[in-house]
Design a binder for this molecule. Sequence first.
Ligand code: NCD
Length: 320
Amino acid sequence: MTDQRRANGSLRHLLTLEGLSRDELETLLERAQHYVRRRGEVAPRSDVLAGLTVANLFTEPSTRTRVSFELAAKRLGADVVNLEMQLSSRVKGESMLDTIYTLESLHVDVFVVRDAEAGVPALVASHVGPEVSVLSAGEAHLSHPTQGLLDTLTILQHKRHCDQLSVAIVGDILHSRVARSACQALQTLGVKELRLVAPPVLMPPAGEFAGCSRFESIERGIADADVVMMLRIQRERFADTAIPTGDEYFRRFGLTPARLALAKPNAIVMHPQPMNRGVEIDSAVADGPQSVIRDQVANGVAVRMAVLETLSARAVGRRS
Ligand code: NCD
């Protein structure tokens, strides 16, 4: 695995949350909280990245993640370029790395990379110059570090400490980079209990998600939970027809008000989006008083500001 640290141990890239210490996670989350504003307040701004250029390279669809990386970089004073790779010269046969070299010649300092193929963010990281940082914005089913951070920040805003919390993750865990990154962060922060709730075809193999308990029944899986995190079925990642269809899935695994009543009365409901209302979640829950789904989106910008600022510290220092 590509090392995401500099020789002095500081973070240079963010490809995974695996291996980050509790202290590093808490420092990033505190910094993110510094950038959080209530709705209606003026968005935070700083010029800490002035003179730097951030390139968003997304080869998979994205709304929230791409827009929030762009806003985060702009609010810190960076120049931003967005490449929709399906539309770029990659389709003409130019390799990803040639695109990277071209952008480096144009003085890009930070690459934000989303790709459906495992290993692409690390491949980019291993080919860029020593002052350049690479941030994963979602790698296959494996890793989505900034989503893991924003999910953790959202939980801590509502629940304060992790060590007393039972967190249930429900749905397509097998294909979910969101679940993997959230579990890594929550386990490092000492969460009391992590439960995976899914039909057997969407449950990851036994060797993965060490320390998590597994449930095939949503009723049992979310009973007395403090946090219920719902996931979309990622049909784009597999061709398995054994997966229940919309109505059938909703009947067995959909989060309805009646099921949510089994969790703690003050449980929060999360979803990374995009949501399929009426498949994994009832609209009454998604838009209901226990939902923190919109907080997750808002926290995404704050987390990405904190990460961009932390990773590019050396580049900023070099230029000032
Ligand atoms: C998720 C992703 O891309 O992994 N979305 C996101 O980044 N908020 C989850 C999903 O696509 O279902």
